[in-house]
Each structure stands twice: as structure tokens, then as C-alpha cells.
Design a protein around this ligand. Sequence first.
Ligand SMILES: Cc1cc2nc3c(=O)[nH]c(=O)nc-3n(C[C@H](O)[C@H](O)[C@H](O)COP(=O)(O)OP(=O)(O)OC[C@H]3O[C@@H](n4cnc5c(N)ncnc54)[C@H](O)[C@@H]3O)c2cc1C
Length: 413
Amino acid sequence: MVESTGIEVIAVGAGFAGLTAAIECVRHGHKVTLLESFPDVKALGDIISFGANAGRIFKRWDGVEEKLDRICLNTKGINFKTYLGEDVYYQEWTPEETFGKPFNGHRGEIHEIVYEYAQKVGVNIILGHRVTDYFETETEAGVIANGQRFTADVVFAADGVRSKGRQIVLGYDDKPKSSGYAIFRTWFPSDKLANNPLTKFMCENGDNHCAWLGPDIHFIAATIKGGKDFSWVCTHKDEADIEESWQTPGKIEDALKVLEGWDPAVLEIVKATPPESLVDWKLVYRDPLPTWVSPKSRIALIGDAAHPFLPTSIQGASQAMEDGATLAVCLELAGKSDVALAILAYEKIRYQRVLMTQKTGESTREKWHKADFANLKEKPDTIKLQRGEWMLGHDAEKHAYEVYAETIASLDR
Ligand SMILES: Cc1cc2nc3c(=O)[nH]c(=O)nc-3n(C[C@H](O)[C@H](O)[C@H](O)COP(=O)(O)OP(=O)(O)OC[C@H]3O[C@@H](n4cnc5c(N)ncnc54)[C@H](O)[C@@H]3O)c2cc1C
């Protein structure tokens, strides 16, 4: 049993940012109340990726790794093809001994495991409470949810891309911009594909992962759970109105139009997709925020609320988890009398790293969409995912312990 620090935390939002921050805070002796607007927990979403940097955090949670192993993708690498179906390159994942273990699987299923773990360790989770306002004084911070007032020493706004918490931090409402891209996404049983000669290669011999690259479009498919489940995502140009909902329905005919002239295997995959499972999600862009911390330093934005990621970074959920691991350590080292200092240290420790990681989303998309498709086989290095030790080998908890003292010494207060 860890010693109590007496620090009380409110986390808003039970996504991976809020849940991780809550679990990590409990691990470090703080008391957490978590408010979530959804009235119940549903297995929403489709495929989501956690890099080894997030895997390191999961691994510290008793019994969670074993549960994740049962539902997560189990591949040694990813096969790159051109949009016409020509094999280009097989990129092997870095071995687990090098940087650690990634976890990729169904967002809803992974979420359920993490949610249950948060309950088990004693996070006070209150569902069906939409936060409508944030406030802070020199001595406390709080929120209004369902007309009720909640107060604590600090508040983490983990309320996602449409964050209400941004208002108090920035002093204005910031508007999302269109990135010019949208993404079709889906998840469904693979039976039909396993029986189709053009697509069965994806369902044989356990899990498979394959990416097709074309001019300004990429299509990534994966089989999970020994080839039984199937997921694909397709990022494509889109100038339509910005919709940030995961629930926006997609149309099979629209996806086929976008992929006209592509490898027949890709077209078969799209045709086999249950229409009701297809989502068309517009990818919004937001300029990096000047700060993630409120004027009195008692409210911190975390996860997508602070820094939305493009899917091509493959790091959005992982960085959201790193935020929570960092905050828990900063609060422990600062102590109850200095929580505002902990929040400032969190921002300083995380800001540049997050910016660097966010940039990889754009650079990967650019190199995939603007590749020299006719000569790709000779130049596989131009499309390889570059995810080095700085990103995947990072241990957010250890790093926070190492740099906290020098960070607070360097703060301009
Ligand atoms: C329903 C859903 C499905 C998703 N599916 C996928 C997927 O398939 N693949 C993928 O890569 N990413 C998916 N994402 C996004 C991904 O989970 C995040 O980008 C990433 O994990 C960072 O998480 P986050 O906790 O910062 O934000 P989010 O995951 O967006 O979590 C924010 C949470 O805050 C809650 N919330 C928002 N406003 C309030 C409020 N005012 N009061 C109380 N609670 C509030 C939301 O209901 C949500 O639970 C999904 C997100 C959601 C919410």
C-alpha cells in the first residue's frame, strides 16, 4: 500500500488520458475522482495503437498485460505494397528486448480492461456527469458537472479534442481547422475475407498487417485474434465540413470511389465491409497550444485536449498515457503544498517531446502519400516508419523522476 500524499485530483474524461492519469495518481498516493459524460462504458471505436512507450506503463499495472495479450495484434512487422498491389517492403518491428512491447487492438476492448483496472485500484469513477465549467482559486480547483460542484487540489482536463477545459486555460474558444484529410475506419469479423482467394492471405497463419500506399491515400489493414477479426483504415483527401465524431457513418460506395483503380484485393476488402460498421472521420488540425496550464496553474490539459495527433503519428494514445504518468510523479515530488508547481513542471517536461512526436504524423503522411510509386521497390527507406529510441524507448515515469528537480529550478516563476 502506497503512502497517501493527501493530494486530491479531479480528472475529467474517462478516455486513455483520464484513466491513465487517474491510475498513475493512485499508484503515487493521490486520491482521484474521475467524471465522465457517457452514462455507461461501451466498446466504441476500432483499431488503436499503443507504442512500447505506453506498453511500459501498462506493464506496471498488475494483470493488465496478460489481459491485453489475449486481445491484441500479434505480428512481427508490416508489409508495404503499392496501391496496385506490388509488394515493396516488409518492415520488421523492433524486437521487444530493444525498446519494449507495443499493444494494438480494438479501442473498446482495451478501454474496458483499463477502465476495470482503474475501478479495481480505487479511482472514484462517476459516469453520466458532463462537465460544463472549470474554475480555480489560489488554493483549489474544481468543476461543475450536472449542476453539482466538485473541488480538489488540481483538475486534469482529459476531455478530448473538443475540450471544454481549453477555455479556462487559453482564455478563448479555439476552433479546429480541416486538415484536408479524412479517414474511413472499420472493424468486423474476417470470415468473408478468409473465403475470398484475393484476400485470404490476410487471414491465414494468424495475424497480418499490410499497408497499401498510393497518391495522397494510404490504406492499412490488419487481422487480429489469430486472423478472426479484421480492421482497415484509409486516409484520403477530404475538404468536407469538419466533424469530430467517431460515429460519423461512412459509405462503402464513397470508399470505393476514393480507391478506384487500386489493387483488387483492397477493393474486395472494402466490398466485404458491413456498411453499418464503416465510419468516415474528418481529421481536424489544431495549431499547438501556447500553454496547457490554467492561469493559477491548478488545471492541466492532458491527452487530446492538450495535443491532438494525426493517426499517422501512431502515438496519440501513447502520448496521452505519458502525460498521466508524468503528472503523477510531479505531484508526488511537489507535495500537497506545491501542486501548482507540479503542474508547471508537467508542462515543461512534456511540451517539446509532444511537439516532436506530433510532427512525425505529418512527415509520415507526406512520405507515404508523395512516394515515388514507380520505383518504390528500390527505395524502401523512403517509406519506412521511423520510430526511434527517443520515442519508443522513453519511460515517462523514470524520466519525470530524473528531471523534476532541474525542471522546477529552470521554471520562470
Ligand atoms: C468513443 C471514442 C472512440 C474512439 N475510437 C478510436 C479508435 O478507434 N482508434 C483510435 O486511434 N482512436 C480512437 N479514439 C481516440 C483516442 O482514444 C484518443 O485520440 C487517444 O486515446 C487520446 O485519448 P484522450 O483520453 O485524450 O481523449 P478521448 O479518448 O477522446 O477521451 C475523452 C473522454 O472525455 C469525455 N468527455 C468529453 N467532454 C467531457 C465533459 N465535458 N465532461 C465529462 N467528460 C467528457 C469523453 O466522453 C471521452 O470519454 C476514440 C475516442 C473516443 C472518445
